[in-house]
Ligand binder design. Structure first.
Ligand SMILES: *[C@@H]1O[C@H](CO)[C@@H](O)[C@H](O)[C@H]1NC(C)=O
Ligand SMILES: *[C@@H]1O[C@H](CO)[C@@H](O)[C@H](O)[C@H]1NC(C)=O
Length: 183
């Protein structure tokens, strides 16, 4: 019995781990300063008309891009995004609300949220989160450096977890064989 459950557990763990890594890679965009990036997001197309917003947690009330009443609303757009953002597909076909951010700098590092307005709860609902990491120095200040450091720490943590999980899987496999040999 154990000889069946232990390997399947290993494989399940490995599979889960790969899925998590793939999901993480898909939602992390890296770029060099000056490049344009696309932050992907797809929402239920029937809900766009109620409002769509790209936000970043540290911006507070201001946003990256807001679409409501059938047009883009620049009123409380964070100044750093003025004339730098656009929708990849202006018609938002099939709920495609992917964001184009031009001329990125290290100050653009962060987690971007794609939201739609929920008419029932009258609140913004997050659909997708995309992390942006801009590498290299563009004469940024120390604040930029600390963001970069945080990203580096997260990457290191992920690698450490990967190593530990890999080791555990390896050890389980080894024990498995030892079990089989001893019986
Ligand atoms: C969104 O629209 C752009 C521009 O038309 C296109 O290149 C991109 O592949 C679309 N993305 C999705 C997920 O449909
Ligand atoms: C890109 O950003 C840099 C720094 O913010 C600025 O000096 C430069 O003029 C910008 N380039 C374009 C094409 O907007």
């Amino acid at each position: 019995m154990a000889s069946l459950t232990l390997p399947s557990l290993c494989w399940a763990l490995l599979f889960l781990f790969v899925v998590v890594l793939a999901a993480q890679a898909q939602n992390t965009i890296t770029a060099e300063p000056g490049q344009a990036v696309v932050l992907p997001c797809r929402v239920p197309s029937d809900k766009i008309m109620q409002g769509m917003k790209w936000s970043r947690a540290d911006l507070g009330k201001e946003y990256v891009l807001l679409f409501r009443d059938e047009q883009l609303d620049p009123e409380e757009q964070h100044p750093s995004f003025k004339n730098r953002v656009d929708l990849q597909d202006r018609k938002m076909n099939n709920g495609n609300v992917s964001l184009v951010l031009k001329n990125v700098t290290t100050a653009d590092d962060g987690s971007y949220n794609c939201n739609i307005f929920n008419k029932v709860t009258k609140s913004w609902e997050s659909i997708n989160t995309v992390s942006l990491t801009v590498s290299g120095q563009t004469g940024g200040d120390t604040e930029d450096g600390s963001v970069g450091l945080k990203v580096g720490l997260i990457v290191s943590a992920v690698l450490l977890v990967a190593a530990v999980v890999g080791f555990l899987i390896y050890r389980k496999h080894k024990q498995q064989h030892q079990c089989q040999n001893s019986y």
